[in-house]
Design a protein around this ligand. Structure first.
Ligand code: DLL
Length: 433
């Protein structure tokens, strides 16, 4: 039986959802116009005033926001409430340029934690559960976001943060943790460590995992589900919009429901900026319609994705987003061909490898080189050269079929590629240096 955290909101009719969105959007545009001079100027430049926005039909009139706006307004040029009303900040894990600082009022935190609570209940959590939160705590939104959601549901919440993998496993067993929240790459690493410790899925009490913060494939899901003996749920979000919980998976596990009473999603063509019809693949754009301290209008996420309005058998009526393929800025253009790390991961897992790989791209004599180092699993490890060559060739032909270009694959010994406790680093692009 499907359970909900807030059935009335999660299963509202389309008419009800549209009514809420219309009302909140009109109010939010007025709030931003009155309180965020930076965005007001953008609206003036686009020739739009709050009077032009009467419903979600008018959303397309509003100017987009992107990382550039965040850089220009650093550190607090987008603040929409008096500083004294801010109760928390978070910040992105971006490696280049200035970090983004996101501000939260108490109401903003409540809304965000409610979204995380919906995700936990959709994954089967109740107040009987013990939830181990193994996302990083601190400036990253993963830890504190799921932590707040878990407390709202009434779960016994274990604020583990990431790292110290053996202790993680000890706590899961000793505290009888039934739900774990962490990045999918860390979940895979936990599974690997369990195997090393001689533990199988039946030796741990976990029943579900809530994994997000990075792109991961269906094959990786199957793998994690088998090693940890759990059902693995996807969760999506970004700091600019609050954090995890913008969208969440239900028991159907066929796309993530977007919390449409708080966020309006659009798909655009990233080149022409035209809004695309449902079902098209393009860049995901979000408008947060009730977040007051750090308002975000038509924010370009760079995530490449698809939306569907098809009815979901779980009863939730919120529109669903497919698993993002990756970010347009993670997309590599190698010899003119678009390559997403997630496509490579799919091929590796289909061939029985784990998602322990690194992509190295360089430019030699004006031609791109494309190398992929892939770890052999302990079971397939061999030093027999002809076996290795055969396995490398098999992988290379699988990759050519998927990508349309040739990569040089090198199989390396188990445990030689660095593991990640947070978001995994898969690509070394030496061309940019
Ligand atoms: O990663 C928030 C989060 C924490 C989401 C924990 C889920 C779980 P940022 O660090 O700001 O926030 O990174 C946001 O991560 O634009 C996507 O590119 C990527 N991302 C997040 N969730 C998913 C997912 C957090 N489920 C960026 N699948 C986003 C694919 C994801 N990519």
């Amino acid at each position: 039986m499907e359970r909900y955290y807030q059935q009335e909101a999660e299963c509202a009719s389309r008419e009800e959802i549209t009514k809420i969105q219309n009302e909140k959007l009109v109010e939010q545009v007025r709030h931003v116009w009155d309180n965020v001079p930076y965005y007001r100027k953008k609206m003036e430049k686009a020739g739009v005033t709050p009077d032009d926005i009467k419903s979600i039909e008018d959303l397309h009139k509003l100017p987009f926001m992107s990382k550039t706006d965040l850089r220009e307004t650093y550190p607090d040029g987008l603040l929409g409430v008096p500083r004294k009303d801010v109760v928390r900040i978070h910040s992105t894990s971006g490696t280049t340029g200035k970090r983004v600082i996101a501000y939260y009022s108490q109401e903003d935190l409540d809304m965000w934690e409610t979204c995380c609570a919906r995700a936990l209940v959709a994954a089967g959590a109740t107040d009987e559960d013990v939830v181990q939160v193994s996302y990083g705590y601190g400036l990253f939104t993963g830890g504190l976001g799921l932590h707040g959601g878990s407390q709202k549901v009434g779960c016994m919440t274990v604020p583990m943060s990431s790292g110290n993998t053996e202790r993680q496993i000890m706590f899961i067993r000793d505290l009888n943790a039934s739900v774990i929240c962490c990045t999918p790459s860390y979940a895979a690493y936990l599974g690997e460590t369990m195997v090393e410790m001689g533990l199988g899925p039946d030796d741990i009490p976990l029943k579900a995992g809530i994994f997000g913060a990075e792109a991961w494939s269906e094959e990786m899901r199957k793998n994690i589900e088998a090693t940890l003996g759990i059902k693995a749920y996807d969760i999506y979000g970004l700091t600019e919009l609050s954090g995890p919980g913008v969208a969440y998976e239900c028991s159907e596990q066929h796309g993530m429901h977007i919390n449409e009473d708080h966020f309006i999603a659009e798909i655009i063509d990233p080149d022409t900026l035209e809004v695309l019809p449902d079902g098209s693949t393009g860049e995901l754009v979000f408008t947060a319609i009730d977040k007051k301290a750090f308002p975000m209008m038509r924010y370009r996420t760079k995530d490449i994705c698809r939306l569907t309005r098809e009815k979901c058998s779980c009863g939730r009526t919120f529109i669903r987003m497919a698993k993002p393929m990756g970010r347009s800025d993670d997309m590599l253009i190698i010899r003119g061909v678009n390559v997403f790390p997630s496509q490579i991961e799919t091929v590796l897992l289909e061939h029985g490898y784990q998602a322990n790989y690194q992509i190295i791209v360089d430019r030699v004599n004006n031609t791109d080189t494309f190398d992929i180092q892939v770890e052999m699993t302990p079971e397939m490890f061999t030093d027999n050269v002809s076996d290795i060559t055969k396995a490398q060739n098999e992988l290379m032909s699988g990759l050519v079929n998927m990508l349309g270009i040739k990569a040089k694959v090198t199989l390396v010994a188990p445990q030689t590629i660095a593991r990640s406790e947070g978001k995994a680093v898969r690509v070394i692009d030496k061309r940019k240096i």
